[in-house]
Design a protein around this ligand. Structure first.
Ligand code: ZN
Length: 322
């Protein structure tokens, strides 16, 4: 997106914030992190001829309205486009209809699913228009995993392939993200009744494909024995780099955004997003990030975020190094 910052050089980034009408922070932080993914946004934008001609693709048009007003300091216009986006998401995911605090991970997953589900219709339209539609969610975020279950007695294996737009990690206190990722890829034992009569199987998850951007969700919320949502504030070790192996290759990833949940309550608290500065490159040695706390935007660095967000980091966005 071309931005004219000739008027106030160096200050327009401070307008990148989003107003918060009533506990919108889960949406604001999710959107700020998504907007940090420049190639993803560019891919949505460049296919305007397709999504602008499909009435059902209102969600994508609304997303692009948010992108377009990102640098605007028109508070009311921003509030209007954000409200519209929330209304559109809640048509299919009813839990976002009201104005109470919601889970940023559930919101982000809903956004990506709903955008991705439009792909077949948009592909049909693209074909009529003599072009092709490349689903940005699939192209940048979706990856395939293989779940293999093998009977420990007879060795019979069954394989299931599944696609995800993000991966949930168990919160291992004091562990690094790399270790938490390894944890879910480590073979586990599973109680499963095989046709041979045995009851124990081995289970193994593997990446089959690697996404351009890997979104990792740290399970910081759990239910107590009285079914109350509880927040876990154990620290994790955040690093700027991550290595992910698939059955075909290794991928090196760099952290580009973090959504943090502040506060203690399961159904309360506040979300903020930290992300790579819009004018910085992921390969820059100058470490420039921005913190988006609703309307307030402040300069920060990835090093500071990795240090400050150990107890709060909730959703992590890693961009693959090409
Ligand atoms: Zn068996």
């Amino acid at each position: 997106m071309q931005v004219d910052d000739s008027q106030e050089p160096g200050h327009r980034e401070m307008w990148l914030g989003f107003p918060n009408l009533a506990q919108f922070c889960y949406m604001n932080s999710s959107l700020q992190s998504l907007l940090t993914l420049r190639d993803f946004v560019t891919d949505v934008s460049r296919q305007e001829t397709v999504w602008s001609s499909v009435p059902e693709a209102e969600l994508i048009r609304s997303f692009m309205d948010i992108v377009r007003c990102h640098y605007s300091n028109d508070f009311f216009h921003k509030l209007y486009v954000l409200l519209l986006f929330k209304i559109l998401i809640s048509v299919q995911t009813h839990e976002f209809q009201d104005f109470s605090q919601k889970d940023a991970h559930e919101f982000l997953t809903s956004v990506l699913n709903q955008m991705g589900n439009l792909a077949p219709l948009l592909s049909e339209t693209a074909a009529i228009l003599g072009t092709t539609y490349i689903c940005p969610v699939r192209e940048h975020l979706v990856f395939k995993m293989q779940n293999t279950r093998t009977c420990k007695s007879c060795g019979f294996s069954s394989v299931i392939f599944e696609e995800f737009s993000n991966l949930s990690l168990n919160l291992l206190p004091g562990a690094s993200v790399q270790e938490m990722l390894q944890d879910i890829l480590t073979e586990t034992e599973l109680e499963y009744r095989c046709d041979c009569g045995a009851n124990t199987s081995r289970q193994q998850h593997n990446f089959v494909t690697l996404p351009r951007v890997l979104i990792l969700h740290v399970k910081r919320f759990c239910f107590t024995q009285f079914f109350k949502l509880k927040k876990l504030s154990h620290p994790i070790n955040l690093h700027g780099e991550l290595m992910v192996s698939s059955s075909q290759a290794n991928g090196w990833y760099t952290l580009v955004s973090v959504i943090s949940h502040l506060g203690h309550g399961g159904n309360a608290g506040h979300y903020i997003s930290d992300g790579l500065h819009p004018k910085a490159d992921v390969y820059d040695s100058a470490d420039r990030w921005l913190r988006y706390d609703d309307l307030e935007v402040t300069e920060t660095t990835r090093a500071a975020v990795c240090d400050q967000c150990k107890k709060t980091a909730y959703i992590l966005f890693y961009q693959k190094r090409e």
